[in-house]
Ligand binder design. Structure first.
Ligand SMILES: *Cc1c(COP(=O)(O)O)cnc(C)c1O
Length: 397
């Protein structure tokens, strides 16, 4: 089983459920341990000067991290994976492949922390970014300049779960020698594989679905471009925003159930989205798996499920939304998403509060908007919880 011995996965690759459990994780050759050892050592003995066995120093490379990186690469169908201390660390490292004077076109409703990196970190270093609604690929064409080196997007987007046609954007980029980075955090490789649709590199906050247990902050980059992979390997070591071996182990452990978890996240979210659509006190439900979603057809083409996030616009405004959120008993009021436990939040007041008010209105982030991360609890229990909170929001106790 070559995939279990850390070799690259080519034709006849096992399915994602098998890769999640075995890719990059051969049995330990010393003791036969069936779970990946957590190698905490910062440095490694060398038989001769400058002749390390495989690893020399843990910022440059570490056995537990290498196992995670190979597993992530296999899940996304890439040839190289790189793990980082957070999703933001992964993004920043990737953006350091650019040079002053280079230009980036980014989707206009990317994760707030990503926007902040473009705006406040890379901008002052001379790397300009334009923010464009990429739902219409023609808009990308209009935004390209002779200095555009990278297109960056998320699909589905946060919190309105809009989709971007990855293949259409990838085709536009490829013809011009522009790299395409896709933040695949919301879909996970189980539901969407951007490299297969033509993306150059996939970005993850492994904090979310990939780890899935709300106990690690981490990030990753995956690519099949060998020149980019060499550069990323250099930058990962040079910048040094690497994850600890303990965190790598936890993410590897979380990945083992990723395909199973995603199936249940999708089944429960689809069920709840349908019920919410007809519920009293609900104005609108945003969920790519619903036939009413403006890009439902695209979701069927490029995803194998609508995901685990539902965004709901409640009747009324801020007061109703606050009553809804504080009346939930199983959904926890908290930022983040993708864990086994259900979470709810108010984008306007919480995750997207740093976006200027008029920009928020343009994007459709209203006072009545709440975002649900549907966890793995019993679906009837979750539905009862939502119904109770909807009644409380309407002022019915
Ligand atoms: C959370 C998140 C990030 C940032 O990841 P961190 O691990 O918090 O640094 C980037 N993109 C998306 C879509 C996210 O949800």
């Amino acid at each position: 089983m070559c995939y279990a011995h850390g070799m690259s996965v080519t034709s006849g690759s096992p399915a994602i459920e098998t890769l999640a459990i075995h890719a990059g994780q051969p049995a330990d050759p010393t003791h036969g341990a069936v779970m990946q050892p957590i190698v905490l050592a910062s440095t490694f003995a060398q038989p001769e000067p400058a002749k390390p066995l495989r690893f020399d120093y843990s910022r440059s490379g570490n056995p537990t991290r290498a196992a995670l990186e190979q597993c992530l690469a296999a899940l996304e169908g890439g040839s190289a994976g790189f793990a980082f201390a957070s999703g933001c660390a992964a993004a920043t490292t990737l953006l350091h492949t650019l040079r002053p004077g280079d230009h980036v076109v980014s989707g206009d409703d990317v994760y707030g922390g990503t926007f902040r990196i473009f705006d406040k970190v890379m901008g002052p270093l001379g790397i300009a970014a334009s923010f464009v609604d990429l739902r219409q690929p023609e808009r990308l064409q209009a935004a390209l300049t002779s200095r555009t080196r990278l297109v960056w997007l998320e699909s589905p987007t946060n919190p309105l779960l809009r989709l971007v046609d990855l293949r259409a954007i990838a085709d536009l980029c490829r013809g011009r020698g522009i790299a395409l980075a896709v933040d695949n955090t919301f879909a996970s490789p189980v539901l969407q594989r951007p490299l297969e649709l033509g993306a150059t590199v996939v970005v993850h906050s492994t904090t979310k679905y990939i780890n899935g247990h709300s106990d690690v902050v981490g990030g990753a980059l995956i690519t099949s471009d060998t020149v980019l992979a060499e550069r990323l390997k250099f930058l990962q070591n040079a910048i040094g925003a690497v994850p600890s071996p303990m965190d790598c182990y936890l993410v590897l452990r979380g990945i083992k159930t990723l395909p199973l978890r995603m199936r249940q996240h999708v089944a429960a979210a689809t069920d709840l989205a349908r019920r919410l659509e007809g519920a009293k006190g609900v104005r609108r439900v945003h969920y790519p798996g619903l036939a009413s979603h403006a890009q439902h057809e695209l979701s069927l083409r490029q995803m194998s499920g609508g995901g685990g996030i539902i965004t709901v616009e409640l009747d009324g405004g801020l007061e109703q939304a606050k009553r809804f959120l504080t009346s939930l008993r199983i959904f926890t009021l908290a930022e983040s998403l993708g864990g086994v436990e259900s979470l709810a939040e108010h984008p306007g007041l919480m995750t997207h509060a740093s976006i200027p008010v008029n920009r928020r209105a343009e994007l459709g982030i209203t006072d009545g908007l709440v975002r649900l991360s549907v966890g793995l609890e019993n679906v009837e229990d979750l539905w009862n919880d939502l119904q109770g909170a909807l009644a409380a929001a309407r002022g019915v106790s």
